[in-house]
Design a protein around this ligand. Structure first.
Ligand code: UFG
Length: 332
């Protein structure tokens, strides 16, 4: 007799990281069901994953109840959030509504209907300006923008829901997600795009303008350093986190990072090497709110979840991103 695959609801499964998690869950024997309002996620990417999809708002209790009753999920993974730091500064109300209020609504509905496992996408932005590099999970969390604050608020809510209602949860604090699925099926597509790798690839391929934001940081070449993690490695962490909750873990908080970083100029050099194209760029002022260096201490995730970054070498990240963007941008 074959057992039914456990169903996992994937809020924001049409987005960049969520869609890669959907693929990994499918190949790991789960039945992921995407819940998305497509405000920032991509319908065609959701379809490419082959997962079932329910369109609606996380702020809509009736919709959520209907979906949870229909699928009876064992767990929810929550990727649906707005993630633009600058926008969060100019429109904090929208960020707190979308990232906190809608998430609380989701958690309340889960509690009402007895769904007891939750995996949450948090961020290195909750650390603000870190006191030391690499950043351990127990570093001070003092976000410097509403985006980071909104994620930290949900972290606090999860801790309180665990204490009061026994909600099992995993929090993943992402560093810099990058790359695309190895077969170029799905990849990164934001509108507007603000991230370094897609913008620099676009400059190389299409000649779109590209600015290096600041060359006067206290780093070896003056540009910011980030810890880039392949999106497939991030997806894997979610499956391992889920399995740990299934094995009875009550709560876990993990950085997802590699423990090493690259500067903006190193990324540009690697793009030139991988693509064989020049990245035309100009030097511009610093972008507000960019910390000089963000690198994860990544020991807890490797010890507890046996997670290791397998695809996060910078060349592999850039080659997979390049293969996807060539296809997505229809370049020959
Ligand atoms: N950068 C440039 N030029 C660009 C874009 C980026 O020089 O056109 C630089 C940035 O200044 C930064 C580095 O490239 O030093 C990486 O920038 P990204 O925008 O790719 O990534 P961030 O580190 O700013 O963003 C990450 C996540 C966001 C999250 C943010 C919170 O990707 O989703 O951390 O700190 F909101």
């Amino acid at each position: 007799m074959s057992e039914k695959s456990p169903c996992i609801l994937i809020a924001g499964g049409a987005g960049y990281i969520g869609s890669h998690a959907v693929l990994d869950l499918k190949s790991s024997g789960y039945q992921p069901v995407i819940v998305d309002n497509f405000s920032r996620g991509n319908k065609d990417i959701a379809e490419l994953t082959g997962a079932e999809c329910e369109e609606g708002e996380l702020s809509d209790c009736a919709f959520l109840k209907k979906v949870i009753k229909k699928y009876n999920p064992d767990a929810v993974m929550h990727f649906a959030a707005w993630t633009y730091v600058g926008e969060s500064v100019s429109q904090p109300e929208r960020y707190y509504n979308n990232n906190v209020v809608a998430t609380l609504n989701l958690l309340s509905t889960m509690r009402e209907l007895g769904v007891g496992k939750f995996i949450f996408s948090s961020t290195a932005a909750t650390y603000g300006l870190p006191e030391a590099i690499p950043i351990p999970e127990d570093a001070v969390q003092a976000p410097i923008n509403p985006y980071g604050s909104s994620k930290l608020m949900v972290e606090r809510i999860l801790s309180d829901f665990n204490a009061a209602y026994g909600l099992q949860y995993t929090i993943f604090r992402y560093f810099n997600a990058a790359g695309a699925s190895s077969n170029a099926l799905i990849g990164e597509r934001h509108d507007p795009e603000t991230h370094l790798i897609p913008l620099a690839l676009s400059a190389a391929a299409k000649g779109t303008p590209f600015k290096v934001f600041g060359t006067d940081y206290p780093t070896q070449d003056g540009t910011c350093i980030r810890d880039y993690v392949h999106v497939d490695d991030i997806a894997r962490a979610h499956v391992l986190g889920l399995q740990r909750l299934e094995a009875g873990e009550e709560k876990g908080i993990y950085n997802i990072g590699t423990g090493s970083g690259y500067s903006v100029l190193e990324v540009i050099n690697t793009i030139e090497k991988v693509t064989g194209l020049k990245v035309p760029y100009e030097v511009a002022d610093r972008r507000a709110g960019d910390p000089p260096e963000l690198i994860a201490k990544a020991e807890r995730i490797s010890k507890d979840l046996k997670w290791h970054a397998r695809h996060s070498g910078l060349e592999e990240i850039i080659s997979t991103a390049w293969a996807w963007h060539r296809k997505d941008w229809d370049l020959t």
